[in-house]
Design a protein around this ligand. Structure first.
Ligand SMILES: Cc1ncc(COP(=O)(O)O)c(C=O)c1O
Length: 367
């Protein structure tokens, strides 16, 4: 009897060796600069719209999310990305954050034995999803200044290769890939889906979304978690070639974006002023952090809402622990494949928070 109770059903072998996702740590009362969130929070219009819609019954929590709201969000996204008549609603796929969209995309393209290219260091979810699906990640090490070795990446493609994941700006390094380089990749491997993750694009100087109407093997991911300050609601989208829509609809969970999140994302897109303020704050404060931290450390250029700092000869975990004692949480990048043990990533905060970071790090480097 006892032995039967102790038996466990074997899980899929593809789960072996997969690390669970470790989110930025949360410590009560500490300044959290570990998850690249918006220091201004969401637009006040978003809060007002949610409360009003709930009170007036427009938002009814006892019914499933309305298709009408999803359609409205896709329309708003279309006008936000600004590609005019070159894009239609069929080109917009929404999901529970970029995470949710990625989950659907990997299910569409990867089966056992397939491969996917991941230039490292980068966002760890690509690797986990590919492995869970039974695929094999092919890691391509980024070169000096974290640029992608384009020729090497292309020559790593074989008949099993299905996807290439490019975060631009890249997490955690903050740099972008150029349009020419992406075009070269897309055109060299038309049978491989090139996924450009633009989670941080609002803070960058340019976007690659204009490539989607030109090719059948590229898509661009975007999110409401960063510049729009809605990380807690989980809304993201992909700008996809039209042929992909029917597959996306088949594979994605029904009602994957909840009705509060749909209402919030629509209201967030309509408050252009809050977006402008959020982006301006990040750009200004990013410069403040870079200028001050490079007095003690090597700090890399960033087009995102975080900066990457090389704390060597100190170890990243030691600096991370030290900052926690001072009530500041940053990201120790040693958990990123290929990042080594001397990089920390700091989310750009308010001036007050950034001054505390600079004070805490003053005198810790060799610079
Ligand atoms: C490159 C990148 N993509 C996607 C995400 C997750 O985005 P979302 O909150 O929309 O799931 C993150 C979050 O940190 C990220 O860094």
């Amino acid at each position: 009897m006892n032995t039967r109770i102790k038996m466990r059903v074997p899980v899929r072998s593809s789960l072996e060796g997969i690390e669970e996702y470790k989110p930025g740590k949360l410590v009560k009362g500490a300044i959290k600069l570990s998850s690249n969130e918006n220091p201004l929070g969401p637009s006040p219009e978003v809060i007002r719209e949610i409360v009003k819609s709930l009170e007036e019954g427009e938002l009814n929590l006892s019914v499933y999310p309305w298709e009408r709201n999803e359609e409205e969000l896709r329309d708003e996204i279309l006008s936000y990305i600004g590609l005019g008549t070159r894009m239609k609603k069929e080109n917009i796929a929404i999901g529970a954050g970029v995470d949710g969209v990625l989950d659907t995309l990997v299910k569409i393209f990867i089966e056992t034995g397939n491969e996917a290219i991941i230039p490292v260091p980068t966002f760890s979810l690509y690797e986990s999803l590919v492995k869970i699906a039974g695929g094999k990640p092919r890691y391509v090490k980024r070169e000096q200044h974290f640029s992608i070795p384009v020729a090497g990446l292309i020559s790593a493609c074989n008949e099993r290769m299905k996807m290439i994941f490019i975060s631009s700006p890249n997490n955690p390094t903050g740099n972008c890939i150029s349009e020419d380089e992406v075009r070269e990749i897309i055109e060299s491997v038309p049978e491989v889906m090139v996924v450009i993750d633009e989670a941080y694009v609002e803070f960058a100087d340019s976007s690659l979304v204009n490539l989607v109407p030109e090719y059948e093997n590229v898509l661009v991911l975007r999110t409401f978690s960063k510049a729009f300050g809605l990380a807690g609601l989980r809304v993201g989208y992909a700008v996809i070639p039209e042929w992909l829509e029917k597959h996306y609809k088949k594979v994605s969970m029904p009602f994957s974006v909840n009705s509060i999140a749909l209402t919030a994302a629509i209201a967030a897109l309509r408050d252009e002023e809050h977006l402008r303020r959020s982006v301006e704050l990040v750009r200004q404060e990013r410069q403040f952090l870079i200028e001050n931290l490079q007095r003690f450390f090597r700090v890399y250029p960033s087009e995102a809402n975080f900066v990457l700092v090389n704390v060597s000869p100190a170890k990243s975990y030691a600096v991370y622990e030290e900052l926690i004692k001072r009530g500041i949480i940053v990201r120790d990048c040693s958990s990123f494949r290929g990042a080594g043990d001397s990089l920390i990533r700091i989310t750009v905060g308010t001036r007050e928070q950034n001054e505390l970071v600079v004070d805490a790090l003053e005198g810790k480097g060799t610079g």
